[in-house]
Design a protein around this ligand. Structure first.
Ligand code: ADP
Ligand code: ZN
Length: 620
């Protein structure tokens, strides 16, 4: 993979430039460090100090005067530095004062500081050999030889029976686990898959918030399949030196291929996989793009039958380069969600196995007290509780230790804004119930698969997951209206059940507005504009068309009015449904507050339940 030498040299130049700058910065800091222990003060302060008799020793330099002072009020001695005032000969004044006080005076010749001088003297001798070293290493790489700092540094995990991670170590994220069982099957018997020519997953992208167990899950896949696990973090690829990342990628795959079947796991994929900007700019960008390109090349290069499976994790899938998710690359995405109350209990159980639990510990209760926490937080809860019991000098972990641990950790999480207050929880519960109930009441809305108030890894706070019943090519006007109505159901529920509305509906409103805009301006579904398509999608309108071809001002105003009318109408419709079904709305919301997640069956049972009998009243 020899590169043309001119670009090599250019890259080398920029890398060495960086190196020199780095050395200089270090030098300046070292030189300053020399001075830092002495405080620079105004001249007058020195005079006062001598006058007060605090000066012990004074050193006169060419540009500055250093004085060692006895500390005031019993404090430790301090050293001060005064910058000499060039135009004023202060020597006679100082002399007189110092003599009067009997302070020892000495002179100082070297003002620059030993270290700075030394550094300046030595710098060329450091830089020049490095230059040669750099040149020869780059040249060596050009000839295809390995370069030490381009080695992948991948961690290979010990797969000895007592250290191996199994699926049973991963709890609370069952859906993600289920999706990965096929990968395990494939890794166990790649030959079988190859024989029937089945297309097997090449790359699996785990998407979810930090600490939800993505790394753990990937390790478990390797553990269950009994194959080696190579792991590296995206940020480890990208360093200051251009070309190192790409070379590390190459090296990683070389190692992995010789160990197949195996798993290559890249944590923080976004560190290299950020969408390419196109613009040539910072060296760091160029470096990242080269690394990403190399990763794409390697992924395309191995064939899926080889037994190599790529896994990667990210919590920001939206910023990834599209090229990464193409077929034959990370074409399978697995969502690793924050656990709900049942999931949290399961995770707590896994981690509690490692400690001695007292009989009074109720992990269900602990799970209820820790909404919003992810697997890593819960592992932490158990650990903190164990530590608390040690502090009590007790042998077993009791409920009080868990209480202490939760309080301690929640404080930290609250600061990071990751734990909902009770008020927020109630609001989110009503908001999500609103979406769900409206969806259930609409003739054309997709069925509600699940409702949850657990903050999702991505996007909105809670989420009502609707699955389309069938793949659709055409969508009718009424279906679109029902969709908009469902989107507005969250806001409507807040209006109906909470005092005020909140920012929680932002995403819903944006999507509802976008749908209405499409209806009005592209699908010809508004009465006022008729079948006129006043806008095209941004993608298929060539740039040269510009504004000249766009709709007139009057038309655009009409479009806006029509969008507004649709949104107003649908919000009113949602509000209407919810006020009429207030009892059901309350029932869903309180079930959500208690259980956090409702599956389709549970939700339908709540809605189907006969209306509660009217409260008994005295009137007949
Ligand atoms: P991520 O890669 O998503 O940031 P990790 O896999 O590194 O999260 O999780 C860190 C630690 O938290 C794990 O080693 C494990 O101890 C604990 N943990 C996280 N999720 C789970 C889970 N679902 N089940 C059990 N333990 C978990
Ligand atoms: Zn919503």
């Amino acid at each position: 993979m020899a590169k043309p030498s001119s670009t090599l040299r250019a890259r080398l130049g920029s890398s060495l430039g960086l190196l020199v700058v780095a050395l200089l910065v270090v030098g300046i800091f070292v030189a300053r460090g020399q001075r830092d222990e002495a405080k620079v003060v105004p001249y007058s302060e020195l005079v006062t100090a001598i006058d007060e008799g605090r000066a012990k020793e004074v050193t006169l330099g060419a540009t500055e005067i250093q004085a060692k002072l006895a500390g005031k009020d019993g404090k430790a001695d301090e050293t001060i530095v005064v910058v000499r005032i060039p135009e004023m000969d202060e020597r006679p004044l100082l002399d007189a004062m110092l003599k009067a006080r009997g302070v020892s005076v000495s002179g100082k010749h070297e003002e620059r500081g030993f270290f700075t001088t030394a550094l300046l003297g030595v710098l060329p001798f450091i830089v020049i050999p490095l230059l040669f070293l750099g040149l020869s290493t780059f040249a060596a790489r050009g000839q295809g030889k390995a370069m030490t700092f381009g080695k992948s540094r991948a961690k290979i995990y010990d797969q000895s029976p007592e250290n191996v991670t199994r699926f049973s170590d991963v709890a609370g994220i069952d859906e993600a686990k289920a999706e990965l069982t096929e990968v395990v099957k494939f890794l166990k018997e790649p030959a079988k898959y190859r024989a029937v020519g089945a297309r097997v997953p090449k790359g699996v992208l785990l998407v979810g918030a930090p600490g939800t167990g993505k790394t753990l899950l990937a390790k478990a896949v390797a553990g269950e399949s009994g194959v080696p696990f190579f792991s590296m973090s995206g940020s480890e690829f990208v360093e200051m030196f251009v070309g190192v990342g790409a070379s590390r990628v190459r090296d990683l795959f070389e190692q992995a291929k010789s160990h197949a079947p195996c798993i290559v796991f890249i944590d923080e994929l976004d560190a290299i996989g950020k969408a390419r900007s196109g613009a040539q700019g910072f060296a760091a960008n160029e470096e990242r793009e080269q690394t990403l390109n190399q990763l794409l090349v390697e992924m395309d290069g191995f064939d899926s039958g080889s037994g190599l499976v790529m896994m990667a994790a990210t919590n920001r899938p939206e910023i990834l380069d599209r090229a990464l998710s193409r077929a034959g690359r990370f074409d399978r995405q697995v969502l690793v969600d924050r656990p709900d109350v049942r999931g949290r209990e399961a995770i707590l159980k896994v981690h509690a196995k490692k400690v001695q639990l007292g009989v009074d510990v109720d992990l269900t209760h602990v799970a209820q007290r820790t909404p919003g926490m992810v697997g890593a937080d819960l592992a932490n809860v158990v650990n903190e509780a164990a530590l608390a019991s040690v502090r009590r000098e007790a042998a077993i972990v009791e409920a009080q230790d868990f209480e202490e641990a939760i309080d301690r950790l929640q404080l930290g999480l609250k600061k990071g804004g990751r734990v909902m207050t009770d008020d927020e929880k109630r609001r989110v519960a009503f908001h999500e119930s609103g979406h769900a109930l409206v969806a259930l009441s609409m003739k054309h809305a997709d069925p509600v698969h699940r409702v949850t108030i657990i903050p999702r890894s991505i996007g909105a706070l809670g989420a009502t997951l609707q699955l389309p019943t069938e793949e659709r090519y055409l969508v009718t006007r009424e279906e679109l209206l029902d969709r908009i109505c469902t989107l507005l159901g969250g806001r409507a529920a807040e209006e109906v059940a909470c005092e005020d509305v909140s920012t929680g509906a932002e995403d819903d409103l944006a999507r509802a507005t976008e749908l209405s805009r499409l209806m009005v301006s592209r699908f010809g579904m508004s009465e006022a504009l008729g079948p006129a398509a006043t806008s095209r999608s941004a993608d298929d309108a060539p740039a040269w068309m510009g504004r000249a071809d766009g709709p007139s001002e009057a038309t655009r105003q009409l479009v806006d009015t029509e969008i507004r009318a649709i949104l107003d109408r649908e919000l009113a419709r949602a509000r209407d449904v919810l006020s009429r079904e207030r009892a059901k709305l309350d029932a869903i919301a309180s079930a959500l507050l208690e259980r956090e997640t409702l599956q389709r069956g549970e939700l339908e049972a709540l809605v189907a339940a006969p209306p509660a009998p009217p409260a008994p009243t005295s009137a007949t």
